[in-house]
Design a protein around this ligand. Structure first.
Ligand code: FES
Length: 138
């Protein structure tokens, strides 16, 4: 009689334990807030862009925000060829790759057509703040 109670107890304990574990693991793996992943980051303020300009943000992943006087465009600062960090040539208004010399216009198009265009990052403005959607690790 005692053994049957003990067996029942362990049986139900085992069932509840695994139901609880399945619940915990599914919550961790399904709920994206538990993951270190892509997210919107507050980057700058709209009021800091008063004229046509290009700003470089040296974070991970590095990128440029281009303001043409009306609209914003966000381009990755990583060269699509061998992933060097691009520099902005203010005089010629182009992005230059320091590794192999590829140049890109302000829309991210390569000027000598050897490589892919620069990757665009999503940008949104809320309450006067600029948010950029940063992917995992660039
Ligand atoms: S890494 Fe950019 S052109 Fe070579």
């Amino acid at each position: 009689m005692k053994y049957t109670k003990l067996i029942k107890f362990f049986f139900w304990f085992f069932i509840f334990f695994w139901v609880f574990m399945i619940f915990v693991f599914s919550f961790i793996y399904i709920n994206p807030s538990f993951e270190e992943g892509p997210k919107w980051e507050e980057i700058d303020k709209v009021e800091n862009f008063v004229e046509i300009q290009v700003k470089f943000y040296e974070i991970s992943p590095p990128f440029f925000i281009i303001f043409n006087g009306k609209e914003f465009l966000t381009l990755s600062a990583i060269c699509p060829f061998r992933r060097a960090i691009l520099k902005y040539d203010k005089e010629n208004k182009v992005f230059v790759c320091p590794s192999h010399g590829e140049k890109f216009d302000l829309n991210g198009n390569p000027l000598n057509r050897k490589v892919n265009r620069l990757k665009k990052l999503s940008l949104t403005i809320k309450g006067g703040n600029i948010y950029v959607f940063l992917g995992k690790g660039g």
